[in-house]
Design a protein around this ligand. Structure first.
Ligand code: GMT
Length: 375
C-alpha cells in the first residue's frame, strides 16, 4: 500500500506512535509518505527504505493580509498534492484536530481525479480536552464521522469518544500503542555513567510537561523517595510546567538530585538505566512512555486514570494509585525500591506485559484497518 501519514512531528506520544508505525509499515514493504510541518522526531535516525518526507510550508507573513499563516490549509493542500502525485491509497492522520479535518478537505479535493481513503487515529487530548472545547466540538465530531476508518488507542479512549461525541463511527476500534522490542528491551548492564552517582537509584519521568502530566507530583513523589535513599530523578522533556517543577524541586530541597534533561530524540538508554518510572498524570489515554519504560524493565508508578490500568496491573508489573496520591505513590515506591526481589519480579512482569504490545502484534491491526478502508 501507499500510505500518507500526518502527525504532530515535534514531541508527544501521537507523533512517536505515528512515526514508529510508518517505519514499521515501510519495513513490511509499504511505501510511506510523512506529510508534516517538520521532520518527525523519531524519523531523524537517517535514511529508511520506502520512507519519504514532505514538509508543509509554514511561512509567516507570506501575504500581508495574513496575521496568521493558514497552516491547516497549507497542510490540506500538501496532503492533496502528495496523494495525487504519489498515487497514495490512503491518508492516516494521528490526532483528530486539525488533521482529520485537513485530510477530509484533501479527500474532497481528490474525489474525481484520484479517490483516497482517510483513516484517523484518536490519541487522547484530541478527545479528552481540545475536542470537547466548545469551539472545536462540532468540527471534531464532523471530521471523525467523515473518516473512513477510526481507531482509538485504548478501551478508555473509545468509551470516552462515544460518551462525549455519541456514535460518531460505526466501527470505532481499539488499536493500542505499541513498542518496538528490538529497540526497547532490558539489558544486563545498562549505561549509567554520567547519569547518577553509582549508589543512586535512577527514577525517570518523560513527558511534554503539560498540566495534565502533573509534573509537580513527580517531584513530590521523588522527594519522598529521596528522603528514604540515595536517588536521582531524570526529568526528560520540556513544556509549560517545567518552571513550576523546578521551583517545587527547590522548595522540597531536592534540586541537587533532579536533572532536567530537556527534550531528547532518543530515550531508550535512559529507560534501560531506570529503576522506576513515574507517570502520575491527571489522565492518560494509554501512556506510551510507561509502555516504553516497561519494555526496558522499569516498573511504573502511575495514576489509576484513563487507559493506564489497561497497561499497568497494580502490584504485578507496576503501582497504581488515585490521581494526586503522592503520599501513597511515594511510600509504595520506597517499599519496592527497598525490596530487590520484589523489584526484580515486577521488572520481569513489566517486560512480559510490554511484549503483549509489541509492534509484531499491533502493526498488523493497522494493516487490517487499511484493508477494510480500501474495501
Ligand atoms: O500528552 C501527551 O502525552 C501527548 C499526547 C499526544 O497526543 O501526542 O499523548 C497522547 O497520545 C499518546 C499516544 O497514543 C498516548 O500514549 C498518551 O497517553 C496520550 N496522552 C494523554 O492522553 C494525556
Amino acid at each position: 500500500m501507499k500510505i500518507g501519514i500526518t502527525c504532530y512531528p515535534t514531541y508527544g506520544g501521537s507523533g512517536a506512535v505515528a512515526t514508529e508505525l510508518g517505519l514499521e509499515l515501510a519495513r513490511r514493504g509499504h511505501e510511506v509518505h510523512f506529510i508534516t510541518y517538520a521532520s518527525p522526531f523519531r524519523l531523524r535516525g537517517g535514511f529508511a527504505e520506502r520512507v519519504f518526507y514532505h514538509e508543509v510550508e509554514t511561512r509567516h507573513g507570506a501575504y500581508p493580509l495574513f496575521d496568521h499563516f493558514p497552516i491547516t490549509l497549507a497542510l490540506a493542500s500538501q496532503q492533496y498534492e502528495v496523494s495525487r502525485r504519489e498515487k497514495l491509497d490512503l491518508l492516516h492522520v494521528h490526532y483528530a484536530i486539525p488533521y482529520a479535518t485537513t485530510a477530509w478537505i484533501a479527500r474532497e479535493m481528490l474525489a474525481r481525479e484520484h479517490p483516497i481513503k482517510v483513516v484517523t487515529t484518536l490519541h487522547g487530548t484530541d478527545i479528552t480536552l481540545v475536542g470537547q472545547e466548545s469551539s472545536f466540538f462540532d468540527i471534531t465530531k464532523f471530521s471523525i464521522e467523515r473518516s473512513d476508518e477510526v481507531s482509538a488507542v485504548s478501551e478508555f479512549l473509545r468509551s470516552e469518544t462515544l460518551r462525549a461525541f455519541g456514535p460518531v463511527h460505526p466501527n470505532l476500534r481499539v488499536i493500542p500503542n505499541f513498542v518496538n522490542l528490538d529497540e526497547y528491551h532490558s539489558v544486563e548492564s545498562p549505561k549509567r555513567e554520567g547519569l547518577a552517582p553509582a549508589d543512586h537509584k535512577i527514577i525517570s519521568h518523560t513527558s511534554n510537561f503539560r498540566e495534565v502530566k502533573r509534573v509537580r507530583d513527580v517531584i513530590r513523589i521523588f522527594s519522598r523517595i529521596r528522603r528514604a535513599m540515595p536517588a536521582t530523578l531524570l526529568m526528560i522533556g520540556d513544556g509549560p510546567e517545567r518552571a513550576d517543577a523546578e521551583r517545587e524541586a527547590e522548595r522540597l530541597e531536592v534540586s541537587a538530585d533532579v536533572r532536567f534533561l530537556g527534550r531528547l530524540d532518543r530515550v531508550v538508554e535512559l529507560m534501560q538505566a531506570t529503576d522506576l518510572f513515574l507517570l502520575p498524570s491527571q489522565s492518560e489515554s494509554f501512556g506510551l512512555a510507561a509502555l516504553e519504560a516497561m519494555a526496558c524493565g522499569a516498573p511504573v508508578v502511575a495514576s489509576r486514570a484513563g487507559g493506564l490500568p489497561e497497561v499497568i496491573e497494580d502490584g504485578i508489573n507496576g503501582i497504581l494509585e488515585p490521581v494526586g496520591s503522592v503520599e501513597a505513590m511515594g511510600r509504595r515506591a520506597v517499599e519496592l525500591l527497598r525490596d530487590p526481589a520484589k523489584h526484580e519480579a515486577m521488572a520481569q512482569a513489566a517486560g512480559r506485559k510490554a511484549a503483549a504490545f509489541s509492534a509484531e502484534r499491533v502493526v498488523p491491526m493497522y494493516e487490517a484497518m487499511y484493508r477494510e478502508a480500501l474495501g
